[in-house]
Design a protein around this ligand. Structure first.
Ligand code: ZN
Length: 217
């Protein structure tokens, strides 16, 4: 039987961004997805669960997801993987994004590994699939674990989808990413969005006012 991925969600920053800590129950090795801020609180949860961190994973380079990544990765001496390279211009502007929204100083950085569609990322005995889902940002990626959980960042929310009014956002592309990359993973997949409550792809296919199947028939 497939062991479920162990995971906890830690909402961080004034934007209440859902930072996830994921780990392998067998080895205790894990990763932190989108440590945008409130790093002490994330670190406390990591310590409380006895997790050995292998890496930081980033879905995209917006402030509330990525601003704490460099400091957090350095504190744990671990690499940063993701997002896809099209988000480089967002990473370059992290210091300005932080100043504008009153965040702690956020240095710009280059990830240790840019991700591309079809890549895998691993920690302990666990592996997640990388899906490039542009639209909210051009380099946005989603992490999917075969136990049936996806970490979708700001691609999809319960009852909504990501904003596309930022530079290089693209509404049509976002819809296409959701329908062509996420839906094929299956209706039963639970997803952790970047903000707000979890849901399933099946529920959104029935009810989401932006991407419900009925809108496209
Ligand atoms: Zn975002």
């Amino acid at each position: 039987m497939l062991a479920p991925l162990k995971r906890i969600t830690v909402p961080v920053t004034p934007f209440q961004q859902n930072c996830s800590v994921v780990w392998c129950g067998a080895s205790g090795h894990g990763a932190v997805i989108d440590p945008g801020g409130d790093l002490d609180r994330i670190a406390a949860r990591v310590k409380a669960e006895g997790i050995i961190l292998d890496k930081v994973l980033l879905t995209h380079a917006h402030l509330d997801h990525a601003a704490g990544a460099r400091v957090f990765a350095d504190a744990f001496s671990i690499p940063i993987e993701g997002p896809e390279a099209e988000d480089e211009f967002w990473l370059a502007s992290l210091p300005q994004q932080a100043a504008r929204y009153g965040f702690p100083v956020a240095p710009t950085f280059t990830p240790d590994r840019w991700l591309v569609d079809g890549d895998t990322v691993s920690f302990g005995n666990e592996t997640m699939q990388v899906l490039h889902c542009p639209g909210h940002t051009p380099g946005h990626v989603v992490f999917y674990h075969s136990s049936g959980v996806a970490f979708v960042g700001d691609v999809l929310f319960q009852g909504s989808i990501g904003r596309t009014d930022f530079p290089r956002g693209n509404h049509g592309q976002l819809i296409e990413s959701i329908r062509s990359k996420l839906w094929p993973l299956g209706d039963d997949v639970t997803f952790v969005p970047g903000h707000g409550p979890e849901s399933t792809f099946g529920f959104e296919r029935r009810t989401n006012p932006f991407v419900a199947d009925a809108l496209f028939n």
